[in-house]
Design a protein around this ligand. Structure first.
Ligand SMILES: [Zn+2]
Ligand SMILES: [Zn+2]
Length: 157
């Protein structure tokens, strides 16, 4: 898995250790196609009789967050793998309220705007994740077709 290889390389470069549990948690996050909660990660790891303790999952998630390998989406209390680890970036997520999919935005403009606004207030940021809720292109199209006169349907009938 490309994401795991990247994590491996990043950890080696910074002298951090991607331990077995950290790797498994990262794997579970990337395996999931939607943001995944800590308890669902735990259930995955313990599927088939594992004995991983919740605290181990939380510690691994902390490590992965601090090192920019996963992001926490606060409004969902769930985690997603970072699409571009190793780059300083403000994480921005588009979260679909219908299908639960998320897309990470890679926006220089967003980074710069946030940096400027925050610096002006002399504030030091530990983590910043911008969450935008709405409809993904797919759901928007489907719902637009279902709702009579809905958006996304401009043909005359
Ligand atoms: Zn990211
Ligand atoms: Zn959707």
């Amino acid at each position: 898995m490309a994401a795991l290889m990247k994590a491996e390389v990043l950890c080696r470069a910074t002298g951090k250790k991607l331990t077995n549990i950290r790797r498994k948690v990262l794997e579970a996050v990337w395996d999931s196609h939607a943001p995944i909660g800590a308890y669902d990660i735990l259930a995955k790891l313990n599927y088939g009789g594992g004995r991983t303790a919740p605290i181990m999952v939380y510690r691994a998630l902390d490590f992965l967050m601090v090192n920019g390998l996963v992001h926490r989406i606060a409004s969902l209390n769930a985690f997603v793998g970072c699409a571009h680890p190793g780059d300083e970036h403000a994480a921005g997520f588009l979260i679909c309220r219908e299908c639960g999919s998320t897309a990470e935005m890679d926006s220089e403009t967003l980074n710069e705007a946030l940096d400027t606004a925050v610096a002006a207030r002399g504030f030091v940021v530990d983590s910043q994740v911008v969450e935008l809720r709405g409809l993904c292109p797919h759901c928007n199209e489907v719902l637009g077709k279902l709702a009579p006169g809905g958006k996304g349907h401009t043909h005359a009938r």
